[in-house]
Design a protein around this ligand. Structure first.
Ligand SMILES: NC(=O)c1ccc[n+]([C@@H]2O[C@H](COP(=O)([O-])OP(=O)(O)OC[C@H]3O[C@@H](n4cnc5c(N)ncnc54)[C@H](OP(=O)(O)O)[C@@H]3O)[C@@H](O)[C@H]2O)c1
Length: 274
């Protein structure tokens, strides 16, 4: 193993590969090659990073210090099956894939999971992004830590089981929330209203949980038990059966949590749910 990582091959060329590739390149790391399944993705990122690209696993450079996997999770094992790694350092960026996915492919491997949502088209300051790291030996862990510290000031050591739970929570907090935004936009545009009207509401909803526990921050007809509003909304949504199902399911979930004794006690104690 090298003492310090210098040359990196990016395995994947999507959202995460673009953000990490640019951040590492800005820190002076040399991205020597980009692999992706399609020419479109591979060439796009390679020209951003001014480096070589390939779509052919057999043409991978096998002499880099680090192989940073930013593939769709389901594509990692098939990629490994077709690759010829020996003792190269292999690191993935997935929330849920275990560290052991690399077992048998190399003697040196780890994980670098950024707890953030990445879209290629949107710039992001990585300095404040928590990175969860893990490795199969202390040397690799140390090298991943050094690398991560160059792009972020928030590094955590976390095993695969805990990381999986963190990722599950992230799916609720980020992916599901964004799906709700998309449904809100659909309802508005079907009725000739602009999504811009609810952007201040979205910003405040996200912002207030920095100060108030989300359980206490819940507002709306379901938590109040306002039956007439719930029925009226369900009547309007008859035309959109998929959203109607979602509305009823989520409203029932909110109502069920409102009823839980531990929440009632805490709300009474703090009076924060006004
Ligand atoms: N995006 C996030 O917010 C985020 C946050 C934290 C962690 N992660 C993790 O980072 C990893 C990459 O996510 P991403 O959002 O960057 O994904 P992405 O933008 O969809 O990019 C996926 C990459 O995988 C390749 N790929 C897709 N299907 C494939 C297949 N069947 N066979 C081979 N290659 C395939 C794509 O190639 P082509 O484009 O050439 O088809 C592309 O290079 C995942 O493990 C994800 O869990 C993502």
């Amino acid at each position: 193993l090298v003492k310090k990582i210098r040359n990196i091959v990016l395995v994947g060329a999507g959202n995460v590969a673009t953000h990490l590739g640019l951040a590492l390149s800005n820190q002076g790391y040399h991205i020597t090659q980009v692999y992706s399944r399609t020419k479109e993705s591979a060439s796009r990122l390679s020209s951003l990073l001014d480096t070589a690209f390939t779509m052919n696993i057999t043409r991978l450079n096998y002499d880099a210090d680090l192989y940073l996997f930013c593939l769709k999770d389901d594509a990692v094992v098939p990629f490994l099956c077709h690759s010829g790694f020996t003792d190269q350092m292999l690191v993935h960026t997935s929330g849920t894939l275990p560290l052991s996915v690399f077992q048998g492919c190399s003697k040196n491997y780890g994980v670098l999971y950024p707890v953030q949502t990445f879209s290629r088209a949107r710039k992001l300051d990585l300095k404040r992004v928590p990175f969860c790291i893990e490795a199969n030996n202390p040397e690799v862990l140390n090298m991943i830590e050094m690398l991560a510290k160059e792009i972020s000031s928030h590094i955590l050591f976390m095993d695969s089981e805990k990381r999986k739970i963190l990722h599950l929570a992230a799916v609720f907090a980020c992916n599901f929330t964004n799906h709700m935004y998309a449904q809100a936009e659909r309802i508005l545009s079907l009725n000739g209203l602009s999504f811009n009207l609810i952007k201040p509401l979205i910003m405040e909803t996200a912002g207030k949980i920095l100060e108030i526990d989300p359980l206490f921050a819940q507002t709306g007809p379901a938590v109040r038990g306002d039956q007439k509003i719930l029925e009226e909304h369900e009547r309007i949504l008859k035309e959109l059966p998929d959203i109607l199902k979602l509305y009823t399911f989520v409203s029932n979930s909110i109502a069920a949590h409102r009823g839980s004794p531990e929440i009632r006690t805490d709300q009474n104690k703090t009076g924060k749910n006004e």
